[in-house]
Design a protein around this ligand. Structure first.
Ligand code: G1P
Ligand code: ZN
Length: 544
């Protein structure tokens, strides 16, 4: 194989964020930009020679071009097998599964998750290690460091590969497998859930459902699993064709961006169950007739009901949640005597706990949940979990949720995002909050007495690595919390997130509308951070 060495000069902005490197497509299209980053990754890994690599993405604009570039760089760096999803497509959880199943050295996943796609929108790339999970900070710091000094990359002189035909072939010693992106993943799901029960519940119409793939990667996965394997009627999956720009929409499954689905579920035509997934298929939003299940509640309910699911029927080892996720799952863990871990935001922090078998289920408030079956969050897995639960308990989503609140209390929850804030202003807000912290403990704001106020720092219990500055927490004596964090996935300015949580025990309080129930906390959060004065914004960009 002929290998060219191509000179380039470093870019200074290739620091991976919460989930890989995300930038505007136009940034990735700059000369050598993607190639520099990919070579920086390969340079930082121990030895790529003779290894196998999984490659695929969510099909967004620039996916195909990026894959052709990566194939040539991977070949030049000594990989001897590339496993690529047909059409260049792989959902993030499916990629994680393929890495594990094939004992690959790692994988490159091309996605900017729930961010919009298209020529002027976002693109992203992230490296996953051999356990199938996102590379930890130890790796991503090394990638960034290398990217700052790189002055050349290697490329094999190969023609572009036909990505659209399933095939297995060799080019000068390099084995390339273009595989069906769905099959292995669908087989895995069938080993976790009771597919016979689901088929029966769907064919008897006990369960009616609607799944919104938001023109993103989960379309083909949901059609195969829900419609073909489980027998849901054709048309159950809406917006099922992956498009490079997601049909102009924002592939973010929440009440704001999956509005149509939310409207259906709060109408008299609502089916028993509805769900949506994001750009790369790792997020999920779950709805029942007249009810939206917050991701934090969903995790808690999964933990409390895991024994109904075949794969977890013998019990779960423990649970974990990201720090800003509500404490609902902590209450379940306490009641069932399960270990419960609080990690920084981002799935990469769950990897060590899953590998060490300390936890079985984990989740984040940002519409993500998953288990030890892969090392990514998994949207369709969560959907199947809920369907299996409804089929087994023979109860509606609303009944399951209400019973849960009755037993454990409810953590009323909301997140307020201020997007595209000037970075300097955002940093000033955080510095201001940091200065306030030592003065807050013991202070009372009406019914809210501050129990602690700190900046979250995490020490990984497995490798002891320390991650600092992971968000500002203000905890109240009544169990409520306010958390401030800066997003690590945005591509324009800074996104400031305020997470609000109020714990209520009384049945009369369960039915409150979250923004109303949280009104005092919201005001307090705004007062402490001075966010309105400092940004000039009158309200958050997105409320979920
Ligand atoms: C966001 C979410 C986080 C999630 C990540 C990747 O990151 O908040 O929970 O892991 O996307 O999907 P953030 O933008 O907050 O850094
Ligand atoms: Zn995603």
């Amino acid at each position: 194989m002929n290998i060219k060495t191509i000179s380039s000069s470093p870019y200074d902005d290739q620091k991976p964020g919460t989930s890989g490197l995300r930038k505007k497509v136009t940034v990735f299209q700059q000369p050598h930009y993607l190639a520099n980053f990919v070579q920086s990754i390969f340079d930082s890994l121990d030895n790529c020679f003779g290894q196998s690599l999984v490659l695929g993405g969510d099909g967004r604009y620039y996916n195909r071009e990026a894959i052709q570039i990566i194939i040539k760089i991977a070949a030049a760096n000594g990989f001897n097998e590339l496993i690529i999803g047909q059409g260049g497509l792989l959902s993030t959880p499916a990629a994680s599964h393929l890495i594990r199943k094939n004992k690959a050295y790692g994988g490159l996943i091309l996605s900017a998750s729930h961010n919009a796609g298209g020529p002027t929108e976002d693109f992203g790339i992230k490296y996953n290690i051999s356990n199938g999970g996102p590379a930890s900070e130890k790796y991503t710091d090394a990638f960034f460091k290398r990217s700052l000094e790189i002055n050349a990359y290697k490329m094999a002189e190969l023609d572009d590969i036909d990505l659209d035909t399933q095939a297995e072939f060799k080019i000068k010693g390099l084995k390339i497998r273009i595989i069906d992106p769905v099959t292995d993943y669908a087989e895995l799901m069938a080993t976790i859930f009771d597919f016979d029960l689901l088929k029966e519940s769907i064919s008897s119409q006990y369960i009616s459902l609607c799944f919104d793939a938001m023109h993103a990667i989960t379309g083909p996965y949901a059609k195969r699993i829900l419609e073909e394997m489980l027998g849901a009627p054709k048309g159950t999956v809406i917006n099922g064709e992956p498009l490079e720009d997601f049909g102009g929409g924002h592939p973010d499954p929440n009440l704001v961006h999956a509005k149509e689905l939310a409207q259906l579920m709060f109408s008299d035509k609502a089916p028993v169950f509805a769900a949506a997934s994001d750009g790369d298929g790792d997020r999920n939003m779950v709805l029942g007739a007249n009810i939206f299940v917050t991701p934090s509640d969903s995790l808690a309910i999964m933990a409390a009901n895991a024994h109904y699911i075949p794969a977890y029927s013998k019990g779960i080892r423990g649970v974990a949640r990201s720090m800003p996720t509500s404490q609902a799952v902590d209450r379940v863990a306490k009641a069932y005597n399960l270990p419960c871990f609080e990690t920084p935001t981002g799935w990469k922090f769950f990897g060590n706990l899953l590998d060490a078998d300390k936890i079985t289920l984990c989740g984040e408030e940002s519409f993500g949940s998953g288990s030890n079956h892969v090392r990514e969050k998994d949207g369709l897995w969560a959907v199947l979990f809920w369907l299996n639960l409804i089929a087994k308990r023979r109860q509606s989503v609303a009944d399951i949720v209400h019973e849960h609140w009755q037993k454990f209390g409810r953590d009323i929850y909301s997140r307020h995002d201020y997007e595209a804030v000037d970075s300097e202003i955002a940093n000033d807000i955080f510095n201001h909050l940091r200065e306030l912290l030592p003065t807050l403990t013991g202070k009372n704001f009406d019914e809210y007495a501050i129990n602690y106020a700190d900046e979250f720092c995490y020490q990984d219990p497995i490798d002891n690595s320390i991650s600092e500055q992971q968000g500002i927490r203000i905890g109240f004596k009544n169990g409520s919390r306010i958390v401030f964090r800066l997003s690590g996935t945005g591509t324009v300015g800074a996104t400031l997130r305020i997470y609000l949580e109020k714990f209520v025990k009384e049945k009369t309080e369960y039915q409150q509308e979250p923004q109303q129930a949280l009104a005092n906390l919201i005001e307090l959060a705004e007062q402490l951070s001075e966010i309105k004065q400092r940004t000039g914004r009158l309200e958050p960009t997105v409320i979920t």
